[in-house]
Write a protein that binds this ligand. Structure first.
Ligand SMILES: [Fe+2]
Ligand SMILES: [Fe+2]
Length: 479
């Protein structure tokens, strides 16, 4: 039952045709989804034929097919990983019970909230990225943007399926609301802060797909542990697609760095003004973008102390990253975890650690796992700089830098972890975060490159094409 039925309106491996009520409800939602895609999806792209991968099975050996398709005709479908016989709830107070095939009544509201919060991020990123196609640095990059966009659309479908199938009328209402909230909308914004920020240029896009799609990975990994089996199976398959999104980000930033280093060596300079004059992005600007995206993204994990996190874990709804690989009792009572706060003194203050119950610190645990993982890519970017013989190194900012959520919210902490006065923060924040001038400079470089195999001046070509196609393949036919 792992192949997907493409003869149906909605491709699926969940026997949708056997549940007529559900099928009708989803077929009713489908035109609203397509209207949303046409209104708020990639701008001006409706007529393009794009070389896209489409999920055709959940078989790890060959789950996708590649070919040119018009995006409004993309086959967004519903795919769940196969059921594991005998799977159990692996953590919390229900540990050892059979995994739930239906929503346990007592956890219904929390489960719906988890699914809606995850679902809300998926169309949000499509909205955030909708203008980027107009300034793509190459066909290859344009194709990657669209690939990410259609798959985020599919992730929305995945969550909407769960809402429709398991939550009745309020599930259908939530599914409609997912198309009504919009990123950055003053009256009806997306649920989470980072998903209301603009993604105004391609450096932001690569940083977003590296850092923020990686938040997606960690959230999905935590939900893949869920005792609610349909959620676990859905998110496991979503993770298959997520890997490419993070690749787009990591390789994108890496190519920007490679091109900058090449120009620095040609001009034998590290003067940002001269580097900018040559039409590439200086490394300090890349560092400021990194600082911004890292700090905004780690806020997405929520407050460092959270009774909701404890409830979600205790009730078996949301596990830790790699829960079942961990060697502990998976109930976590009586254990503690260190979280960070600021002790104010005079005009500044200092960072202090305190012990809190581990169950209440599970957002922080997931954030720390995320931080470890995301630093890996920063080290790989530094290899590119090192290979070019340039001494500067990029660094992930301190966890307390530029935080808006939790006990570090509003603390004035520098990227290297010093608590400073509000006045110093205000005076120096342009050294640490992209300034209006930085953003204007990066925006000034953006311009569409449409010829196959050609790349904008500010970015190096990729090492390889997509799906073993050459780099100068016609990834997008503009028609
Ligand atoms: Fe996603
Ligand atoms: Fe993603």
């Amino acid at each position: 039952m792992s192949s997907i039925d493409y003869s149906e309106k909605i491709p699926n491996n969940v026997n949708l045709s056997e549940d007529k009520t559900l099928q009708r409800a989803l077929e009713h939602w489908q035109p609203n989804y397509l209207n949303w895609w046409n209104d708020l999806g990639p701008e001006g792209s409706q007529g393009f034929d794009v070389y896209l991968r489409t999920a055709i099975s959940v078989d790890p050996q060959g789950w996708a097919q590649f070919g040119h398709v018009k995006m409004p005709d993309y086959r967004w479908g519903i795919f769940l990983n196969p059921k594991e016989e005998g799977r159990q709830v692996n953590f919390g107070e229900h540990k050892g019970e059979a995994a739930w095939q239906d929503v346990p009544g007592e956890h219904r509201a929390n489960l719906r909230r988890i699914i809606v919060t995850q679902g809300d991020t998926e169309p949000a990123s499509v909205e955030q990225q909708r203008h980027l196609g107009l300034t793509a640095p190459s066909q290859y990059d344009l194709r990657n943007l669209f690939q990410v966009n259609v798959e985020e659309g599919r992730h929305l479908w995945a969550m909407v399926y769960l809402l429709h199938k398991y939550f009745g009328r309020d599930g259908r209402e939530e599914a409609d609301a997912l198309l009504q909230r919009n990123s950055g909308d003053a009256d009806n914004p997306r649920i989470l802060g980072a998903f209301n920020e603009k993604t105004p240029d391609w450096l932001s896009f690569y940083m977003f797909t590296y850092f923020t799609d990686r938040d997606g990975k960690f959230q999905l990994c935590a939900l893949a542990e869920s005792g609610f089996d349909p959620l676990a199976r859905t998110t496991k398959f979503m993770l298959t697609e997520e890997a490419h999104h993070m690749f787009v980000g990591e390789s994108g930033v890496s190519r920007v760095i490679a091109r900058t280093c090449e120009v620095m060596n040609q001009l034998k300079t590290d003067d940002p003004a001269k580097i900018r004059a040559a039409g590439v992005i200086d490394l300090p600007t890349i560092q400021r973008y990194l600082n911004f995206h890292f700090s905004v993204t780690i806020d997405l994990f929520g407050a460092d102390e959270s009774s909701n996190a404890a409830i979600f874990y205790n009730s078996g709804l949301k596990g830790r990253f790699e829960e079942t690989k961990r060697d502990d009792d998976h109930q976590l009572h009586g254990q503690s975890y260190r979280v960070l706060g600021v002790e104010k003194s005079g005009d500044g203050g200092r960072l202090v650690e305190r012990e809190v119950p581990l169950l209440n610190a599970l957002n922080e645990v997931l954030r720390d796992d995320y931080i470890k993982d995301s630093i890996g890519g920063v080290n790989r970017w530094n290899k590119v700089i090192e290979k070019a013989g340039i001494p500067l190194r990029l660094v992930a900012p301190h966890k307390a830098f530029n935080r808006k959520i939790g006990s570090l919210a509003g603390a004035n902490v520098t990227p290297d972890g010093r608590v400073v006065s509000g006045a110093e923060w205000a005076a120096r924040q342009d050294e640490w975060l992209p300034s209006a001038a930085d953003r204007a400079f990066v925006a000034s470089l953006m311009g569409r490159v449409v010829e196959p195999g050609k790349f904008a001046n500010w970015i190096a070509p990729p090492v390889m094409g997509i799906n073993r196609q050459p780099v100068d393949f016609e990834y997008v036919r503009f028609n």
